[in-house]
Ligand binder design. Structure first.
Ligand code: 2NL
Length: 340
């Protein structure tokens, strides 16, 4: 019996397994109820009493060694085995998706680029404004409808705090601080109390421009806007100016471009006229220059303003202004290759 035990002790020392399943097979072979070690314990009952002391000791050592060895093999699989599952260091890394610029930012940046090539700088100012910078300094008479609650967001407890309805308020701030020549554009978010529809939103974006110096004329305005239109919509683009009215310019005009979709032949975008309106403009009213401390006998200037949504909708044939504000990835993903 001692020989059998010693043989098993040697056998167990060199046990090994290549998987958790093989380790379990070893446990069954040696330690289960009918396993080799258990069989020796059964045999132990039959040996003469005088041998029991010696054999019993060796048999217990065998059992402990078998338990330790098989547990050690099993632990090896549960520790290293699990963390290795599915880990292949040769696989390529998981890439993350790059975002894209919002279409309004793409078009705004394009407009900024075009005017910077003509020497215009960019200025920014507050979205929460006061009556002076939004209306008073821009020659809006006290009873002008834009000053009504229906059209402008005022703070109920203080009507001198309001959300700017155009970025002209920034131009007023620049004119108040800076001596001419002034040549700058003013992109930004503006707010009007409009019912939201496919064509209108209470939040939208504008770029306004201002050029004040000695001897600035309507011809300068027209040539600047022609260059801008050709750069943004293509070299074949034509412009036309129609008389209009704004409180802050005199004379004032609306500018149309030849329809960029049908080239002026007539389609449903230009409503079969061949022309699409894209901005308003004019010579800065002398009263506006004076209100900001600029001598209107010495200086003249032109100004213009355009809605970025309107231009983006025209350029990319977007039919509903609300798409710009919903952040639907299916819409935004379509501008991935459109520009910076
Ligand atoms: C439009 C028309 C316009 C201006 C904005 C302006 C600003 C100053 C003085 C004079 Cl400080 N004019 N801005 C002038 C003409 C038209 O915007 O349709 N915008 C969306």
């Amino acid at each position: 019996m001692l020989d059998k035990i010693n043989q098993l002790v040697e056998e167990i020392k060199s046990l090994a397994a290549s998987s958790a399943e093989e380790a379990e097979q070893l446990r069954i072979k040696y330690l289960s109820k009918k396993g080799l070690v258990s069989q020796l314990f059964d045999e132990f009952k039959t040996i003469p009493n005088e041998q029991k002391r010696e054999v019993g000791q060796v048999l217990n050592v065998l059992k402990t060694q078998a338990l330790d060895k098989i547990n050690e093999i099993k632990e090896g699989f549960s520790a290293s085995g699990q963390s290795d599952v599915g880990l292949d260091l040769t696989l390529p890394g998981s890439s993350f998706e790059l975002g894209s610029r919002h279409p309004l930012s793409i078009v705004k940046n394009e407009i900024v680029d075009i005017f910077s090539r003509l020497g215009f700088t960019v200025a920014d100012g507050p979205e929460i404004e006061d009556d002076h910078h939004v209306f008073e300094a821009l020659n809006f008479p006290p009873e002008h409808p834009a000053r009504d609650m229906q059209d402008t967001f005022f703070i109920a407890t203080n009507p001198d705090v309001l959300l700017r309805t155009h970025t002209s308020s920034v131009q007023v701030r620049v004119m108040e601080k800076q001596k001419p020549p002034i040549r700058a554009i003013f992109p930004g978010r503006v707010f009007r109390n409009e019912a939201i529809s496919a064509r209108a939103h209470c939040i939208f974006h504008q770029v306004e421009g201002l050029y004040i110096d000695k001897n600035v004329s309507f011809a300068d305005l027209k040539q600047t806007l022609l260059y801008f239109s050709k750069e943004l919509f293509g070299a074949d683009t034509k412009i036309r100016l129609r008389p209009s009215y704004f409180p802050f310019t005199e004379p004032s005009a609306e500018m149309d471009i030849s329809c960029s979709l049908c080239g002026g032949k007539g389609c449903n975008v230009c409503k079969y006229t061949g022309w699409v309106e894209i901005l308003g403009c004019g010579m800065v009213d002398p009263a506006v220059l004076e209100a900001s401390g600029i001598d209107s006998n010495e200086y003249t200037g032109f100004a213009f303003g355009m809605g970025i949504e309107r231009i983006t909708m025209l350029k990319y044939q977007i039919k509903d202004i609300r798409l710009f504000f919903e952040n639907d990835k299916r819409f935004l993903d379509q501008f991935k290759s459109a520009g910076q």
